[in-house]
Design a protein around this ligand. Structure first.
Ligand code: ATR
Length: 288
């Protein structure tokens, strides 16, 4: 690690923050490129979020990653946000420009890039079924729209949330979509009936994550043409991915979303678009 008084300092803010892999992720690239800099984890109490953000320019930070629970609450304190932040309703990366704070959402890129690289032969048409309607699901829906998927169906345990997501994003997502995109919701009970006709299935809930309840859906109707992605990466091979793989589907695990969302942040702060490397993936996997 190189860190002199002239180094570039960025941060990752959350509450708590000890679990975050971001400092390690960025340190790998800082070392790889021999950059004089560091990304420090900062535990920011939600009650002091505004003061902390306003201090970033004065402290000379290049910017910060934003994680739970600040992704939505930071938005009112920013001077400028990208259309993606507006569309998704969440900001996970701030760049300091002079004394201004500019918010972006790189989770969308992280999701889309992971899926694009994981399913290189996919045709971005047809219907995508997204399970979940939280912050992660919003980034997934925006990413699918950016990839050109024209028909996005959202299923969620709490129907109201899926309905709100579809209503709110239908208009705002046009800014990033290629052509027209339709976003609608279906009841959770309808998932199985949809499986034979979808081209993409994405789990954007916390179901199946270590310590969480399992995702129990009957995959018997799933077409082998369907690309299946789980944003859960602990475990790396979830029951959903295992079941889909057994049915002959292309499967994409969730770790790449974490790795790729960090790339635009690193570029914004340190000026280099880094490459996600297998050694880095192993490093992060080993620490989860
Ligand atoms: P994130 O910002 O990471 O997406 P979140 O906003 O808490 O986190 O969303 C978690 C998602 O997992 C939601 O879609 C949630 O469904 P609800 O909106 O009904 O809460 C889903 N989820 C979590 N636990 C679940 C469970 N036991 N059964 C079904 N869905 C669940």
């Amino acid at each position: 690690m190189t860190l002199t008084g002239a180094g570039t300092v960025a941060a990752v803010i959350g509450w708590p923050i000890a679990h975050s892999k971001s400092p390690q992720l960025h340190q790998y690239w800082l070392d790889r490129h021999g950059i004089d800099g560091v990304v420090v984890p900062l535990a920011i109490d939600p009650a002091q979020l505004e003061q902390a953000l306003r201090a970033l320019p004065a402290l000379g930070l290049a910017g910060c990653s934003v994680t739970i629970p600040h992704k939505e609450s930071c938005i009112p304190f920013l001077d400028e946000v990208t259309p993606l932040v507006t569309g998704v309703g969440a900001c996970n990366m701030i760049k300091v420009s002079g004394d201004r704070l500019i918010g972006d959402n790189t989770d969308v890129f992280g999701f889309a890039e992971n899926l694009r690289l994981g399913a290189p032969d996919a045709r971005w048409d047809g219907t995508a079924l997204v399970l979940g309607a939280g912050g992660a699901a919003r980034a997934v829906v925006a990413g699918l729209a950016e990839l050109g998927v024209p028909d996005i169906v959202v299923a969620n345990r709490t129907v109201k949330r899926a309905e709100q997501l579809a209503d709110q994003m239908a208009g705002s997502i046009k800014a990033v979509a290629h052509g027209n995109v339709s976003i609608r919701f279906v009841p959770w009970e309808d998932i199985s009936a949809l499986l034979p006709n979808i081209r993409f299935l994405i789990n954007a809930t916390s179901l199946g994550m270590a310590g969480q309840p399992p995702l129990t859906i009957d995959l018997s109707g799933l077409s082998s043409d369907c690309v299946v992605n789980d944003i859960v990466y602990q475990p790396l091979e979830t029951d959903l991915l295992r079941g889909a793989s057994a049915r002959g589907c292309v499967t994409v695990d969730g770790l790449g979303m974490l790795l790729h969302q960090a790339r635009p942040a690193f570029k914004a702060w340190f000026g280099i678009d880094p490459t996600v490397e297998d050694q880095q993936r192993q490093l992060i996997l080993g620490s989860t």
